[in-house]
Every structure is written in structure tokens, then in C-alpha cells.
Design a protein around this ligand. Sequence first.
Ligand code: CTP
Ligand code: MG
Length: 183
Amino acid sequence: MAASLVSLVVTAFWVMLPAYVPNNAAVLAGGGRPIDGGRTWDGRRILGDGKTWRGTAAGTLAGMVLAVVLNAIEPSVSGVVGFDLPTFPLAAGFGLALGAMFGDIGASFLKRRSGRERGAAFPGLDQLDFVVGALVFAYIAAPAWFTATFTLPVLVVVLVITPILHVVTNVGAYLLGLKNEPW
Ligand code: CTP
Ligand code: MG
């Protein structure tokens, strides 16, 4: 039981890595022209200055590159942990990475509609937006891979560990001076 829980957590973390990295890469690469081009809707920005073309492209690319790297190291990592980890078809890596970016962009859209300025916290949404986006896009991009990989136990573990990891990495990025807010 304990061993299978560990393998479940390791698997969930592994399959979500191409979705975890895009947000952090976007923070590092962000800047330049905002996606909404400064346009407003009902007096508020559509997305805001925190969602840029460069950040989105860099984040998506980073997630896809990571999926390719994970494929390359999968045999050795599986050997170390003692069970088989999944690999990522190109479409799956693309879906996870782009979906994570879209989930985050969708959340900014909702934040602006609810009157929250750029950088404002939206507890719950901030922690899960990119997971929902990544899962939906991965399902669309690679349905057979998705259903074989994201079994119900894996999905449950993903939904539990992701908010925890998100809080930890964002507080870390804030303390390192990479992010303006700790969420
Ligand atoms: N970023 C980006 N493009 C994205 C996502 C993020 O350029 N698609 C960069 C921006 O520089 C952004 C930073 O990463 O300021 C932090 O991302 P996030 O916390 O998602 O944005 P916020 O600035 O907090 O804006 P929002 O309130 O819309 O989330
Ligand atoms: Mg933010």
C-alpha cells in the first residue's frame, strides 16, 4: 500500500511535469507585447499585462522540450524508481504545455472580469487553472494516451499534489525575487 502510494505520487508528478514547467518558464521569459494588446472590455483589460506572447510561447516550448527530455531519461529513471514511468507522445507534451498556459490565461480573463487587477490573488483558481487546462488539452491532443496514463488514482493525486506544489514554487519564486507576488 505504502509502496503503491509512492509510485502513484511519483507517476502523477512525472506526467504533470510538462504542465508544471510552462508557468515558471513564462515568469522567467515574460515581457513584451501583451496578448490582449492593451484592449479592454467593459472598462477592464481583457487579460492584462501579465499575459504576454513571449511568456506564452516560451512556456509552451519549455513544456514540450521537457517532455522530450523526460522521454530520453525515462528508461534510467524507471530503473531507479523500480517501476515503469510513462513517456510522452509529442501531441501529449504539446497538449499538457499549451493547456497549462491556456488555463492560466483563462484564469486571468476571469480575474479581470471579476474586477481583480493584475497580480491579484484568486485562491483556488490560481492553484488549479493550469491543471484543468493541461488535462483538457492533453485529452483533446492525445485521447488514447490520456486515458491510459491518467487513471482515476493518478488524477486524484494530481489534484491533491498540484496545489501544494504550486504554493511552494510560487513562494520560492517570490522569495528569490523572480515573482512580484507569492501566488
Ligand atoms: N507571464 C507571461 N505570459 C503568460 C503567463 C505569465 O508573460 N502567459 C509572465 C508575466 O510577466 C507575469 C508573470 O509571468 O507577470 C507571472 O505570471 P502570473 O502570476 O500568471 O501573472 P500576473 O502578473 O500575476 O497576472 P494575473 O493577475 O493576470 O495572473
Ligand atoms: Mg499572478
